[in-house]
Design a protein around this ligand. Structure first.
Ligand code: BGC
Length: 249
């Protein structure tokens, strides 16, 4: 079975048909820059373009950078506030005519990592962090998702965690990897104290091998620490898997 996975990110909206059995992309992904401002209307337009590009006529899964409960967007930190309260899944169904499920982006990436990546087969308490424009989180016990955790918003030294230690902050402040890793370490310490996971999987933009090798060896944790294996595709793959399986959250 194939489902169209779409990952709405801070800088790009990426889409590809996903083979659900293998968790792999069935065609080259199409990335379109996130419109600015990223209003609901503008984002829906991009999604419709992607659906047309793939001549898609089946189910769609969308990973979205906000809390999404039962298809309704509840928060908007790094996207237009106009999304708050919007039944985005229903809205997309109306505009495209296709069955659609919407899930938090980090939860989507986590689902993909747990089934096909660094968390495969693990039954422990696993925390997946996606570090990019913001910091997203996904928590699993025995492979089951505890949906909509927002650990990117845990305070570190009086500052919101994702403001203190995201990849955007590293870039904006031109921090060296060593300097940024000290920030990320403090953030991890705080999370470990609060959640006590057995394994922490670090994903998002910083998990690219050439980046991960700059800071992963500098980090210390009681939990086992590893990088995500699906890289940039995790959101697309996870959104599609989520749409395929109504038992996930
Ligand atoms: C949002 C999360 C999202 C994360 C990564 C945070 O600002 O609150 O819902 O998962 O960014 O995009």
């Amino acid at each position: 079975m194939q489902i169209l996975g779409i990952d709405v990110g801070g800088s790009g909206i990426k889409a590809a048909p996903v083979d659900i059995g293998s968790g792999t992309l069935a065609a080259d992904r199409l990335r379109i820059p996130t419109p600015s401002p990223a209003t609901p209307k503008a984002v829906i337009k991009v999604i419709r373009t992607q659906i047309e590009h793939f001549e898609w006529d089946g189910p769609v899964g969308v990973a979205f950078p906000a809390r999404v409960k039962h298809g309704v967007v509840r928060t908007a930190t790094n996207i237009s506030k106009r999304f708050i309260g919007m039944p985005f899944a229903d809205e997309l169904k109306k505009k495209t005519g296709l069955p659609t499920r919407v899930v938090n982006d980090a939860d989507a990436a986590g689902v993909a990592e747990m089934l096909h990546g660094a968390g495969k087969g693990l039954t422990d308490l696993v925390l997946v962090l996606t570090v990019g424009t913001g910091i997203g989180s996904a928590l699993f016990i025995n492979q089951t998702l505890v949906p909509n955790t927002e650990f990117g918003h845990v305070d570190v030294r009086g500052v919101v965690g994702e403001v203190y230690a995201s990849d955007r902050t590293r870039k904006e402040k031109s921090l060296s990897w060593a300097k940024w890793s000290r920030r990320f370490q403090r953030y991890l310490d705080r999370l470990e104290f609060l959640v006590a996971p057995d394994l922490i999987i670090v994903g998002g933009g910083v998990s690219k091998p050439e980046r991960a090798r700059e800071f992963m060896p500098l980090l210390k944790a009681d939990a086992e620490l590893t990088t995500a294996q699906l890289g940039n595709e995790a959101g697309i793959v996870g959104a599609a898997i989520y749409a395929a399986d109504p038992t996930i959250a």
